[in-house]
Design a protein around this ligand. Structure first.
Ligand code: ADP
Length: 350
């Protein structure tokens, strides 16, 4: 699932060196996936994730006092919780450069090389979905992380030789939704690891009030809380629901600030229920209930029945259902719980 557009600081400034990896430059600002206008621009603007932010503040201050690059950082946690956002704030705090790429787009060492050679001192290289780096690229990255050096193999057969290239001291920030899929050697090369948790309702409500102002609208506190409750604990979802509610209120000529009642009407129209379940979640649960009589069922089988990639289900759908206590993951597969039957108002079959 390559979701992030690959954009580098150098590209913005028109300094793409020849041989740079293929990058997409189209950057749709009205695309909720790339809501850059809503991203915090400093660490103090980051809402929630207090434990992660406090630790980063210490690492930052210590590195800045020593005049060093930050130690490599690994961000773990479900999508939409702010891993990319926090990584983007770091270079602003360090006054350094930022590059972004992702595991699946780095198919061979040659795809990674331009990023490494372009990395300026103390800059951040953000690698999303780092658990999907192919083994050859992973091997190639080890000396870059440990000794700021790459070993480039030139020629073949008898003429083969290895050239060493020194890199500037820089920082890799890796993000993963599946920390369990990371190999031990790669995981061990990250000096700092941070786990991102779902956000509390009051944190999301604060974020929504602020982001509403950035979008030149406003919400009553009750409306912000209603949106927060239905945002499944993620700022990404909160921002998407906010944009939709703003559009809805505008077209319906609703008064400003947007009220709780208008918010509820807006969310009813896109079928987001009282606790934030969407069509896809309901389809997952009803598939598990009707096709697999409540489970246990393997994720592949559920994916086939829903005609949806199992990876998407694991990343986008299951974390919230697990947290909500609607499904259980057992060694034999996924099982639906009594709480889910109850929420969907379906009588259990057994
Ligand atoms: P991830 O990389 O974990 O998938 P992102 O960093 O892309 O998540 O976050 C999705 C969106 O949510 C961002 O565009 C940003 O606007 C918003 N966001 C995420 N975390 C925060 C935060 N802590 N404070 C404010 N906004 C946030």
């Amino acid at each position: 699932m390559a979701r992030k557009t690959v954009v580098t600081g150098a590209e913005h400034q028109g300094q793409i060196p020849p041989g740079a990896p293929p990058t997409k430059t189209a950057f749709a600002f009205d695309d909720p996936e790339h809501d850059d206008d809503l991203r915090p621009s400093s660490l103090s603007e980051v809402v929630g994730q207090r434990k992660v932010v406090e630790r980063i503040q210490i690492i930052l201050e210590a590195a800045q006092n020593r005049g060093d690059a930050l130690g490599h950082l690994l961000f773990e946690g479900p999508p939409g919780l702010g891993k990319t956002t926090l990584a983007m704030v770091l270079p602003k705090e360090m006054n350094s450069d930022f590059q972004i790429t992702s595991g699946p787009t780095l198919r061979a060492p040659k795809d990674l090389l331009p990023y490494l050679t372009r990395a300026s001192e103390k800059s951040i290289l953000f690698i999303d979905e780092i658990h999907r780096l192919p083994p050859a690229v992973e091997e190639f990255i080890y000396p870059a992380m440990e000794d700021f050096r790459v070993d480039i193999a030139l020629g073949e057969g008898l003429n083969a030789r290895t050239v060493n290239m020194t890199l500037k001291p820089f920082t890799i920030v890796g993000a993963t939704t599946r920390s369990g899929m990371l190999t031990a050697p790669l995981r061990d090369r990250f000096v700092n690891r941070a786990h991102f948790d779902f956000y509390e309702h009051d944190e999301l409500a604060t974020l929504l009030m602020r982001n509403a102002r950035k979008l030149k609208t406003s919400l009553t506190e009750e409306a912000a809380l209603e949106l927060a409750i239905r945002s499944r604990g993620t700022p990404r979802k909160a921002n998407n629901l906010l944009r939709w509610t703003r559009d809805f209120a505008q077209v319906r000529n609703a008064p400003n600030p947007i009220s709780e009642a208008v918010t509820k009407d807006a969310l009813a129209m896109i079928e987001v229920d009282a606790i934030g379940l969407e069509e896809m979640d309901r389809r997952y649960l009803t598939t598990l209930i009707t096709v697999f009589t409540g489970g246990p069922a393997g994720i592949q089988a559920i994916g086939h029945s829903m005609n949806c990639p199992p990876d998407t289900l694991e990343d986008e759908v299951e974390p919230f259902l697990l947290r909500q206590g609607f499904i259980q993951r057992t060694p034999r597969g996924r099982m639906v719980t009594a709480a889910a039957w109850e929420h969907l108002k379906i009588e259990p079959l057994m």
